[in-house]
Design a binder for this molecule. Structure first.
Ligand SMILES: N[C@@H](CCC(=O)N[C@@H](CS)C(=O)NCC(=O)O)C(=O)O
Length: 190
């Protein structure tokens, strides 16, 4: 019997995009279900009762939550397709470290840029840029984070966008921007 895969997601979510890229890289078919976070579906609340957040991948009825855990799960279950993480344990640890860094530093500072004002906002902008610089330093002259030839962060992003698995999975930046504007209005951050 074929696997049943359902992804509960929100199109503009960077956590969701991460999972969509992983599924596309592996060439895995799945059913996409867009959630409305202002009115979460009973299925989302049932499948992720702890955090009540997207993305959730439901594999043959069993839920997996937290985007980085989902990506790892996908890599482990569909082992025969091209690997997402390096096979060397140290390299794997490094890949996970930088993914965690993106969540802890870049996402957090990015969020504070549009939810704070004045000094706090300026500090968040600085943190955001510093975090990007650190990431760029890690990328160095490599094409991707875990490989060898040349690039810098913007070139890396462009190279990623040349991959169909990425370009087709990422939300239009304008849609993300409009979504953030909507949130700013809703939560009074204007
Ligand atoms: N650490 C989680 C973060 C997921 C997350 O923050 N999801 C947001 C949308 S981008 C969400 O569902 N928020 C709903 C809420 O907080 O009620 C992951 O990596 O999957």
């Amino acid at each position: 019997m074929a696997d049943e895969l359902i992804l509960l997601d929100v199109h503009v979510s960077m956590f969701g995009m991460r999972v969509r890229v992983a599924l596309a890289e592996k060439g895995i078919e799945y059913e996409y279900r867009e959630e409305n976070l202002a009115n979460k579906s009973p299925l989302l609340l049932e499948m992720n009762p702890v955090h009540k957040k997207i993305p959730v991948l439901i594999h043959n009825g069993k839920p997996i939550s937290e985007s980085l855990i989902i990506v790892q799960y996908i890599d482990e279950v569909w082992k025969d397709k091209s690997p997402l993480l390096p096979s060397d344990p140290y390299q794997r640890a490094q890949a996970r470290f930088w993914a965690d860094f993106v969540d802890k530093k870049i996402f957090d500072a990015g969020r504070r840029i549009w939810t704070r004002k004045g000094e706090e906002q300026e500090a968040a902008k600085k943190e955001f840029i510093d975090a990007l610089k650190l990431l760029e330093g890690e990328l160095g002259e490599k094409a991707y984070f875990v490989s060898k030839s040349i690039a810098k962060l913007v070139a890396w992003a462009k190279r990623c966008m040349e991959k169909e698995s990425v370009s087709k999975s990422l939300a239009d930046p304008k849609k993300v921007y409009e979504f953030v504007l909507m949130l700013k209005k809703k939560y009074g951050f204007e």
